[in-house]
Design a protein around this ligand. Structure first.
Ligand code: CP
Ligand code: NVA
Length: 310
């Protein structure tokens, strides 16, 4: 049996594969908008394992698999044996014998890596403490839809150097654009944890305004990610000057877009004026999770499809 292909972090795919995925997403989205059925994954089963809460990820994977002709099963830690200490390796062997593809949202990246090692079928990262590759897949597709290719562009990240930030940094290396990150002292990017090659696509700024100056895309995320709730009070104090507001958007390029993976906290990491303002593309960004993940699942299960043949 050939080893399956997994999607555990952004750098698992090449630039050419992303070019394919983005053009395939366009095709899948256009067809979906015309209510034209597309069922390449008829009879296939997706298992979704959640060890953390989710709205978008669950909905987009479950709806996406159904729209592709397959079915999706939801498991969580609370009411499966996963929460009672069954080894990840055993769970991987069993779950992957009964399904065609598995999506996991969990804590440490090492958990999903262990699962993938013992899985007979492709495993997709639906968010770990370290990475959130499906999110950045959707974000970059959204940028392309609004502004064209991302190569050579500048992204400003303001706030916590979390899983979403790390994934932007990997994407910058694979697709060749710049990410300017501004975090409060003590919350800086850990390049090894981010899994960076060190190609020079990442620049740190102490001042968030300077990070945003001339940026084509300004983005942020919650100050306290899932799993770090105990640090919440301290983080509220430490991040107070790292809110994306209208002044930051003013120093960005006039055509800059604002993104947030959601859920958002207005008045904390972003002001209501920005997230609900004219430069915000957050609803397109959320919707595109559905379309990019359909292209991703099709790619992992069937491979590249020559559109001429369909
Ligand atoms: N952005 C995102 O992954 O949202 P959920 O936590 O709702 O899945
Ligand atoms: N950084 C956030 C993203 C939520 C989609 C978290 O991990 O909680």
């Amino acid at each position: 049996m050939n080893a399956p292909r997994h999607y555990l972090q952004f750098k698992d795919f090449s630039r050419a594969e992303y070019d394919y995925l983005f053009s395939r997403t366009r095709w899948i989205k256009d067809r979906f908008k015309r209510y034209e059925p597309h069922h390449p994954l008829f009879d296939r089963t997706l298992v979704m394992i959640f060890e953390k809460a989710s709205t978008r990820t669950r909905l987009s994977f479950e709806a996406g698999m159904q729209q592709l002709g397959g079915s999706a099963i939801y498991l969580n830690t609370r009411d499966s044996q996963l929460g009672r200490g069954e080894p990840v390796e055993d769970a991987a062997q069993v779950i992957s014998r009964m399904s065609d593809i598995v999506m996991i949202r969990t804590f440490e990246q090492s958990i999903i890596e262990r699962f993938a090692e013992y899985s007979r079928v492709p495993v997709v990262n639906g968010l770990t403490n370290e990475y959130h590759p499906c999110q950045i897949l959707a974000d970059i597709f959204t940028f392309i839809e609004h502004r064209g290719p991302i190569q050579g562009k500048t992204v400003a990240w303001v706030g916590d150097s979390n899983n979403v930030c790390n994934t932007w940094l990997q994407a910058a290396e694979v697709l060749d654009f710049q990410v300017r990150v501004s975090t409060p002292p003590g919350y800086e990017v850990e390049t090894e944890r981010a899994g960076l090659y060190g190609t020079g696509n990442f620049v740190h700024f102490d001042d968030p305004m300077e990070a945003c100056r001339g940026a084509d895309l300004v983005t942020t995320d919650v100050w306290t990610s899932m799993g770090f709730e105990a640090e919440n009070e301290e983080r509220m104090r430490d991040f107070a000057d790292w809110q994306v507001d209208e002044d930051m958007m003013k120093v960005a390029n006039p055509g800059a877009v604002f993104m947030h993976c959601l859920p958002a906290h207005r008045g904390e990491e972003v002001s209501a004026e920005v997230i609900d303002g004219p430069q915000s593309v957050v609803w397109d960004e959320a919707e595109n999770r559905l379309h990019v993940q359909k292209a991703l699942m099709e790619f992992l299960l069937i491979g590249k499809i020559d559109e001429e043949r369909i």
